[in-house]
Design a protein around this ligand. Sequence first.
Ligand SMILES: [Fe+2]
Length: 237
Amino acid sequence: MEIFEKYVSNFDMNDEMVERKYKHTLRVANLTKFIAKNLKLDEKEISIAYLCGLYHDIGRFMQIKKYHSFDDLRTIDHGDLGYKIFLNQIADKEDLSSREESIIAKSIMYHNKVKVPSKLTDNQKKFIWITRDADKIDILYQKTSLKNGVPLDDCEVSDKVREQFLNYESVDYKYVQNNTDKNILLLAFIFDLKYDESLKIIKDNKFVEKMREILADAKYDEYFKILDSYIKERFKC
Ligand SMILES: [Fe+2]
C-alpha cells in the first residue's frame, strides 16, 4: 500500500481525473479481496488478488498526466502501459516472487481487454478474472450510485454492438458510436462477470434495477429483459 501511495504521490490529486482513479482503485482493491475471500482462496492468494486490484489501473495516472484523457483508442492502452510501469517501477519494491509478479502484471495487462487469452494458465486467468470482475462492479457502482455520467442520447443501438449483446458477449469499444452504445456496453459488463460471487454483488446492490431507472427509455427494454433472464439462468432461480 505504501509503495502504491508513493507512486501516486507523483500525480496531482487536485486533478479530478486523478482523484477519481485513485478512489476507484481503492474500491477495486477491496472488491478483489472480497471476491477472493468469497472464492475461499488462501491468505497469500487473497493478498495477491488485493495487489492485482491495487495496481490494475496504475497506467491511468501516467495516461492522465500525458494526455489528460481516458480514451485508450486515441491515446494509449492503459492496461499495456500499466503492465510496463508495474514491472519497471514497482514490482521490485513489493516483496513478490517472480511468479506472483507475473500474475499481477498479467492482471494489469488483461483487465481492460475484450477477451482473456486462452493461452494463459488457469491460475493466471483466475486472478485476471477476479480483477476484471471487481473493476466492472465498481464501474457499475460509479454509474448507478455516484451517477458518474451515464450519457443519454436519441440514437439507436449500432448493429455490431447489438449483435455482440445478443450473443451475450462483451461489447468491443471500437464498435461504440454513440452514447446509447456506451450504455449497452455497460450493461454487457454483466455477461463478462466470471464468478457467481461477483454477480451476487451486482444483485445485492440492485445495480441492474438502478441502471433501468436511469435508462428509462423503451429502446433499452429488450436489453434489460435479456439481462434479467441471463441472471436468472445463472442462478437457476
Ligand atoms: Fe482500467
